[in-house]
Design a binder for this molecule. Structure first.
Ligand SMILES: [Zn+2]
Ligand SMILES: [Zn+2]
Length: 323
C-alpha cells in the first residue's frame, strides 16, 4: 500500500479534473467538503454534469505524481531484494577459491518525489445553495460537484457577468486580430451574440422561477422569450406584471431588444413588418439591417437583471419540508 499525499491550495481547495473525455474541466473542491459532503459513489462535474466515482477525479499532475511515488517505492523494494540476493550469493562463494567473485548492489535510500504544488486559487468560488459544498472554477459552472444541483440563479448571474466581461474585453480582442475585416466581424458577432445570450439567460431563469410556483399551467415552449406573453403568465401566477418591476420606458426598450434578438435569430438581422409593429421603432425601415452596439447590450443586461431580480423577490421562500 503506497499512500500519496496531495496538497490543497492556499485557500484549502483540492485540484480536481473531470474524467469525461470530451470535458476534462479543471476545478477545485474545498478539502473539508470533499471529505464530508462529496459522496464516494458519485461526484458531478461542475461544467458538463458527468458523474463518476470519487476516485476518478485526479488531475493529470496528481496522477503523474502518484505514478512516480509508486515507482519510487517499487524501485526501493527491488533494490533491497537484489541486495539480499547478492549477499546470499556472496556468502555461498568459497572463501579459499583463487578467484574471488562478489556481487555488489548499491543500496540507495528511498527518494520520494515532491508532491506537485496545488494550482493557484481560483477566483470564482461558489457555495452550493442546496448542500453548501464549496467549490471553485474558472469561467463558469453549472452543477454542484457534491449534489449535482443546477442553480438557476447562479447560472443566470454567471451568464450576465460573462457577457459583460467579454464586452469589456472587446477592445483588447479587436487589437489582437490583425486583419481588419476579421476584426470588425469578430466584434459584431460577439456583440450580437451577447444580446442573444442575454435574452436566453433571462428566458431560462424566468422559466425556472415560474417553475417554483405551485399549481401553474405549463407554459408554451419559449413563452418567456416573448415579453408580453411572459408578463401575462407571471401575472396569472403572482398577480404582478413586468410593469411592477420596470417603468414603461424601460419595458419599451427591453421589448425592442427582445425583438432585435428575434431578428438576429430568424432573419439574420433584417427588419420585417412584424418588428416595426411590435416595437414601433422608427429608426428602421423594412428590409434594413439592425445595428447592435455594445451600449445596447449593456443596457439590455441592466434591464434584464432588474426585471429578474424583481421577479425573484416575489417568489415565496421554500417551505420547510423534508430536510
Ligand atoms: Zn466535465
Ligand atoms: Zn450541492
Amino acid at each position: 500500500m503506497v499512500s500519496v499525499s496531495i496538497a490543497s491550495d492556499a485557500d484549502g481547495y483540492f485540484d480536481r479534473e473531470c474524467p469525461g473525455d470530451a470535458c476534462q474541466f479543471k476545478f477545485k473542491v474545498h478539502e473539508d467538503d470533499w471529505r464530508e459532503k462529496v459522496r464516494d459513489e458519485e461526484v458531478h462535474c461542475p461544467f458538463c454534469g458527468h458523474t463518476a466515482h470519487a476516485n476518478a477525479w485526479w488531475t493529470q499532475e496528481q496522477l503523474k505524481h502518484t505514478e512516480k511515488t509508486a515507482l519510487a517505492h517499487v524501485g526501493h523494494r527491488i533494490n533491497r531484494a537484489m541486495k539480499r540476493d547478492a549477499d546470499r550469493w556472496n556468502r555461498r562463494q568459497p572463501r579459499n577459491s583463487l578467484i574471488n567473485m562478489t556481487m555488489k548492489v548499491d543500496s540507495r535510500p528511498l527518494h520520494l518525489p515532491l508532491p506537485p504544488e496545488a494550482v493557484e486559487p481560483m477566483r470564482l468560488k461558489i457555495t452550493c445553495p442546496r448542500c453548501e459544498c464549496r467549490y471553485a472554477v474558472i469561467g463558469a459552472a453549472f452543477f454542484c460537484p457534491a449534489c449535482g444541483h443546477n442553480a438557476a440563479e447562479l447560472v443566470f448571474s454567471q451568464t450576465i457577468t460573462g457577457i459583460r466581461q467579454v464586452l469589456n474585453a472587446l477592445t483588447d480582442i479587436k487589437a489582437t486580430i490583425l486583419d481588419r475585416d476579421a476584426a470588425a466581424t469578430t466584434v459584431r458577432l460577439i456583440t450580437e451574440n451577447g444580446l442573444q445570450n442575454a435574452v436566453t439567460a433571462f428566458q431560462r431563469y424566468a422559466e425556472a422561477l415560474y417553475d417554483t410556483l405551485t399549481s401553474v399551467q405549463t407554459p408554451r415552449r419559449n413563452a418567456f422569450q416573448n415579453l408580453k406573453e411572459g408578463s401575462d403568465l407571471w401575472h396569472t401566477a403572482t398577480g404582478k406584471r413586468y410593469d411592477a418591476y420596470l417603468s414603461n420606458t424601460e419595458l419599451q426598450a427591453l421589448a425592442r431588444y427582445f425583438q432585435q434578438r428575434h431578428l438576429l435569430a430568424h432573419t439574420q438581422g433584417i427588419v420585417d413588418a412584424d418588428y416595426i409593429t411590435r416595437t414601433g421603432d422608427t429608426d428602421y425601415h423594412i428590409e434594413q439591417r439592425i445595428v447592435v452596439h455594445e451600449t445596447t447590450v449593456f443596457d439590455c443586461l441592466a434591464l434584464i437583471e432588474k426585471l429578474a431580480t424583481g421577479m425573484a423577490s416575489d417568489i415565496p421562500p421554500p417551505k420547510e419540508s423534508e430536510s
